[in-house]
Design a protein around this ligand. Structure first.
Ligand code: SF4
Length: 299
């Protein structure tokens, strides 16, 4: 039996659901029940009736699913698929900051671990960060851990906000000259960039938004060609959603090694052996859930 068919059969037998991030390999996206960005996947994880969630992404995403759905078995197919940005902040450093700045609201990007979310007031994703930040705009804030999304928000709104110095290596690597080169190469294309890129690069874009935002923009636009400034896995769902249009990556390579660790064989093994199960300590989970629930309520 073909591996994809075996995965689909096992999934049905076990009543499992496969969730996959847009950055996953095309083969993995093909066996998923639902593909999306962090906000889409958080919502889906909290709404599904399935008792087993196989989460194809990096570990903070599977952890988020477990926080929202503690009664379900959440499986991460590759044990060590982690996000370097999420590791740029930890509980000890955040507690230290909070002790010195007790009046600041902690606005936490979902690209973070449960113990950090548990110390935060609200979570955001790149889809809803603008909406949520305006809710707190008259308060003093700390934005963690992505400096680029933080700088983008600070530039757009008049905020009293401290910004943590974390970043995504894939997006932080983009330069203004990359946009200039891409525009010369594809003069009729629109440039769509994810807000994890540096602010000077974002100012060169025709559109700045999350992966879901980029997908919606490309679908609704009358333009036929686009330069995409985010992880290269995004080209596959874009091409599927917009078959007549052309998409070019802003810079080669724009590939997240951790997102690309998950293979079909890992998904199959996850279902066969029900591994690797995600656990979150209950006290931390409850606190982290408050920040995620507020995000879902405000978005
Ligand atoms: S693309 Fe960047 S933010 Fe996303 S998982 Fe990879 S390193 Fe983390």
């Amino acid at each position: 039996m073909r591996m994809k068919d075996r995965i689909r059969q096992l999934k049905a037998e076990k009543g499992a659901i496969i969730l996959a991030h847009f950055y996953q390999e095309p083969d993995v996206q093909d066996v998923a029940d639902f593909i999306g960005d962090s906000l889409d996947l958080s919502r889906k994880a909290s709404e599904t009736d399935a008792q087993i969630i196989v989460f194809c992404g990096v570990n903070f995403m599977a952890e988020t699913a477990k926080i929202l759905s503690p009664e379900k078995k959440v499986l991460l197919p590759v044990y060590n698929s982690s996000c370097p940005m999420a590791m740029m902040i930890n509980k000890r450093r955040l507690l230290d900051y909070k002790a010195k700045n007790p009046d600041r609201k902690i606005i936490c990007y979902v690209n973070s671990y449960a113990e950090v979310k548990a110390l935060s007031d609200v979570c955001v994703t790149s889809s809803n960060a603008e909406k949520i930040i305006t809710h707190f705009q008259h308060e003093k804030m700390l934005y963690i851990p992505d400096k680029n999304l933080g700088m983008y928000l600070k530039d757009r709104y008049d905020l009293d906000i401290d910004i943590w110095p974390g970043y995504c290596r894939v997006h932080n690597n983009l330069k203004v000259e990359d946009v200039v080169i891409a525009r010369n190469k594809h003069p009729h294309a629109q440039v769509l960039i994810h807000p994890e890129a540096p602010l000077d690069v974002l100012k060169q874009a025709d559109y700045v938004g999350s992966t879901r935002g980029i997908l919606n923009y490309a679908q609704q636009s009358s333009h036929q060609a686009f330069v995409i400034g985010t992880e290269s896995g995004m080209l596959y769902p874009l091409q599927k959603a917009c078959p007549g249009k052309s998409f070019h990556i802003l810079k080669e390579p724009m590939s997240c090694v951790n997102m690309k660790k998950t293979r079909l064989t890992d998904v199959l093994r996850a279902l066969e052996e029900e591994q690797y199960e995600i656990h979150v300590e209950e006290g931390i989970r409850k606190q982290a859930k408050k920040a995620l629930d507020l995000m879902l309520e405000l978005s």
